[in-house]
Design a protein around this ligand. Structure first.
Ligand code: AMP
Length: 248
């Protein structure tokens, strides 16, 4: 069974994003970019399934600028077998990504598609669900644990207040949550090996998908600056302060 894993190149999670002076978006000039952290978890899970003999090939796909090649090479260095870059300089929204992944899935017939639960740049939490809907496949979102049993996959899902277990018929779509696993680091020999692994470059048009945005960004701004707090000496002073502020 083949596993298809989606990986997005996003602003690194350690970077504090800066808003462009003209309010049109986030400034990405000279900013460190990395693989979306939930996608690292998705890649790791596919590799573990391959190591267990459940998955035979791990295919990683990214939709994005030419630089997303670096992100795909990182996934190949972790151990993925093959990569496809769907190259576009457009800002691609979840529905367009889902349509592209559907078209690739129609060609590649993966038994499992694993995405991250959300991309930390747009925080949409939509793409995995849209892929499942477009393909008419079962979905196990926010996966905390996965086990393939014959022709189905059992997914423990993180839900409010606990874990929910669902059983999906294969082929299926899974979105990876934080506690699914701890992704491995790529070793130096594997980074070298990844340079010669196959990476195909396509365009959205190759899959008949129009990536023109459906949303228009009106303005991007910094969150309001939080007022500094004050320390009070004791409970009486706290109550007096709350009364003074009219909240008690
Ligand atoms: P989102 O719906 O944007 O929060 O993204 C959820 C997941 O979909 C991400 O963790 C990725 O695995 C995948 N995804 C979203 N956008 C892209 C993209 N441009 N290229 C590859 N995968 C993506």
């Amino acid at each position: 069974m083949k596993a298809l894993v989606t990986v997005k190149r996003v602003i690194d999670y350690n970077v504090k994003p800066r808003v462009k002076a003209d309010g049109t978006g986030v400034d990405l000039a000279n900013v460190k970019m990395s693989m979306n952290p939930f996608d690292e978890i998705a890649v790791e899970e596919a590799l573990r399934l391959r190591e267990k003999g459940v998955v035979t090939e791990v295919l990683v796909v990214s939709v994005g600028p030419a630089k997303a090649q670096e992100t795909l090479r990182t996934a190949l260095a972790m151990g993925a077998d093959r990569a496809i870059l769907v190259s576009t300089e457009d800002q691609v929204e979840p529905l367009a990504v889902a349509k592209i992944i559907k078209a690739i899935a129609d060609e590649e017939a993966p038994g499992l598609i694993i995405t991250g639960k959300q991309a930390i740049d747009d925080d949409s939490n939509q793409t995995g669900q849209m892929i499942a809907a477009l393909l008419g496949r079962g979905q196990g979102t926010f996966a905390n644990e996965i086990s393939v049993e014959g022709d189905s996959v059992v997914v423990k899902r993180e839900v409010d207040g606990g874990l929910e277990t669902v059983k999906l018929a294969l082929p299926a779509v899974i979105t990876a949550d934080l506690r699914l696993n701890e992704p491995r680091y790529a070793s130096l020999p594997n980074i070298m090996k990844a340079k010669s692994k196959p990476l195909a470059t396509k365009t959205p048009a190759d899959y008949g998908v129009d990536t023109t945005p459906r949303l228009k960004t009106l303005k991007v701004g910094e969150p309001p600056v939080r007022q500094a707090g004050i320390k009070v000496a004791d409970v009486d002073a706290l109550v007096a302060k709350l009364k003074e502020m009219g909240v008690a």
